[in-house]
Design a protein around this ligand. Structure first.
Ligand code: AMP
Length: 579
């Protein structure tokens, strides 16, 4: 979208949010009138009436849909699920819930995504005026190879589909620093090296730095910490390092690289300083903001990212998933804790399953959905938490996305939501249930003990160890010392104290179960520097797109566990029950 085009985007957002109720009704009517005759809906619906839809159509999960999707994947016609022909599938990242899921894509879906991207950029461009002839975006982008299904239809992640689009490819050389070859590189480390190199070479033109998620920006900075000398050498000599063998990269590099010792010296001086605080600002002096999703599970990265980005706002612009496009952030400059996404009523038909927030902050998920009335988009209540249920033009009817959201307010008649948590990411030894939010709160309390001693918790994840009785919570922590300190210098007593602090900060049910010895003492396993990088490498090697990687707050795979366990350098247990 051109800088002056943002005004029409803002105008459209005004219209959509003002007429949210009417647009939602139209969206549902259109979906039902097109698809009421499909095998999937036929038994439940004879007409396109909203009340009948709400009464008869069951709420489903991916498992309920899987038989239809599997049939289509294997070559059956897609009209068993939806009337519009399927053009391919989106592959969800699957890092927060096990296996990747396949979501049908149609021409209408592709159009909606295109519109969504324009609309989501409008408030950002309004604030930062970031696009003109001489400005570029240094965005770290990684595509995964498409998968060809037996039906002949291709499956790709949402981001890969975007990078494959003709519009993106036309705009890329004008608006972005990364050549297309580096985005489609089979080896993400080669791609990352080159994207950083091209970003540094064009550093004076860069107005926006970003990636889809904050975790990828942080990975980029860490990679830079390990490779800046080599990158500077390449810039100085005007020659790409020999280990990058891809001919596409080398061609793109030869077009833009020429020996530039002055630039290399400047970058070297910046990178050579003791503290990397504000490094992004220093390396890309024209950058106005960092754009990446910072909410949900990703928020654990933002404290560290803010250190590197200090002086520049972190903008979390969109909330969307492979299943449906949801909302945009209309206040790009708001505080990190206030980020809310305003739902766009033309993207899908949205319903909301109320979930109860316990006084201790934990979320109680209703097990029996039939007993609970779903609430329409415009009728949600401020302060209330809901699980998102979507009906889309791509064959999802009353589909539970698995995200819990809280209503933070309204923009015109459209609600704004804060992302609360992924529903299923919890730890549980017995009847006690610990959500992602519970865990985040407890870790935040405990890690505060490290800060005054000059250490920072850079990464964490968890799992329930049931190999001994009673089972207990295990936290993997990667800790970094500030200003050259090594985490071996950390007093073990402090780590034991962190275990206690975590237990004290967990919810009441946990503490009761712990007191009764139904849950064993919480354990922190400190892992070597780079362990979480190894976890990313593993997931990427298994097919996860680096752009869409979301570190699980709870480890479920044996292999991932082995990767972290083999890098443990210290184990600490809580010495006493918190009650
Ligand atoms: P995928 O379908 O692989 O792109 O993953 C979509 C999931 O990523 C959503 O269901 C959310 O759990 C998470 N997600 C996407 N956008 C955001 C956001 N802005 N804040 C928090 N979580 C998000």
């Amino acid at each position: 979208m051109a800088t002056n085009g943002y005004e029409s985007g803002l105008k459209m957002i005004e219209e959509l949010t003002t007429n949210a109720e009417q647009i939602q009704d139209e969206v549902l009517r259109e979906i039902l009138s097109r698809n009421a005759g499909t095998e999937c809906l036929r038994g439940f619906l004879s007409q396109t009436d909203k009340q009948l839809f709400k009464k008869n159509v069951p709420i489903v999960t991916y498992e309920d849909l899987r038989p239809y999707i599997d049939k289509i994947v294997n070559g059956e016609t897609s009209d068993i699920l939806l009337a519009e022909p399927i053009t391919g599938f989106f592959l969800s990242s699957g890092t927060s819930g096990g296996q990747p899921k396949l979501m049908p894509v149609t021409a209408q879906v592709a159009k909606k995504w295109e519109l969504f991207r324009c609309l989501s950029e409008s408030p950002v461009i309004k604030h930062f005026h970031d696009i003109n002839q001489a400005s570029k975006r240094m965005e770290l982008m990684f595509a995964r190879p498409e998968i060809e299904t037996p039906s002949g239809l291709k499956a790709a992640s949402v981001s890969t589909s975007k990078y494959n689009g003709s519009k993106f490819r036309t705009l890329l050389p004008k608006l972005y620093t990364s050549p297309i070859e580096t985005i489609f590189c089979p080896n993400p480390n080669h791609g990352l090296y080159c994207q950083l190199l091209f970003g540094l070479i064009q550093r004076d033109e860069v107005v926006k730095v970003g990636s889809l998620f904050a975790s990828t920006v942080l990975r980029g900075i860490k990679f830079l910490e390990n490779h800046w000398q080599e990158l500077c050498y390449d810039i100085k000599t005007g020659r790409l390092s020999d280990w990058i063998t891809d001919s596409g990269f080398r061609n793109s590099a030869s077009l833009i690289m020429k020996p530039n010792p002055e630039q290399a010296d400047l970058i070297e001086n910046i990178c050579n300083c003791k503290s990397w605080e504000r490094i992004i600002r220093k390396l890309w002096p024209e950058a106005r903001y960092i754009c990446c999703i910072c909410t949900g599970i990703i928020r654990q990265y933002t404290t560290e990212l803010e250190f590197y980005c200090r002086g520049l706002p972190l903008v979390s612009a969109v909330y969307a998933c492979s299943e449906a496009i949801c909302g945009i952030n209309l206040e790009p400059l708001c505080k990190r804790s206030d980020v809310s996404y305003t739902f766009l009523p033309n993207m899908a038909y949205f319903e909301f399953l109320p979930v109860k927030k316990e006084p201790d902050g934990s979320i109680e998920m209703k097990s029996n959905d039939e007993d609970t009335e779903l609430v329409d988009l415009v009728n949600v209540k401020a302060g209330q938490c809901y699980e998102l249920v979507v009906t889309t033009c791509a064959g999802l009817y009353r589909y539970k996305v698995g995200d819990v959201l809280m209503v933070s307010g309204f923009y015109n008649n459209a609600p704004q939501f804060q992302f609360v948590e992924r529903k299923n990411v919890i730890l549980s030894v017995d009847q006690e249930k610990t959500s992602e939010t519970d865990l985040f709160k407890a870790v935040t309390e405990a890690k505060a003990l490290l800060d005054p001693l000059g250490f920072i918790l850079t990464e964490y994840t968890s799992y329930v160890d049931t190999s001994s009785a009673p089972g207990h919570y295990v936290l993997f922590w990667e800790i970094k010392g500030k200003e050259g300190k090594h985490c071996k210098e950390l007093d073990p007593k402090i780590m034991v104290e962190c275990c206690s602090r975590m237990e004290e900060s967990l919810h009441y049910t946990y503490k009761i179960y712990r007191k009764r010895n139904i849950v064993g003492a919480l354990e922190i396993r400190v892992v070597k520097q780079g362990s979480f990088e190894a976890l990313i490498d593993y997931c990427v090697s298994k097919g996860t797109s680096l752009s869409q990687y979301k570190k699980p707050s709870c480890i479920k795979s044996e292999e991932a566990l082995k990767i972290l366990d083999s890098r443990v350098i210290g184990k600490y247990f809580s010495p006493k029950s918190p009650l």
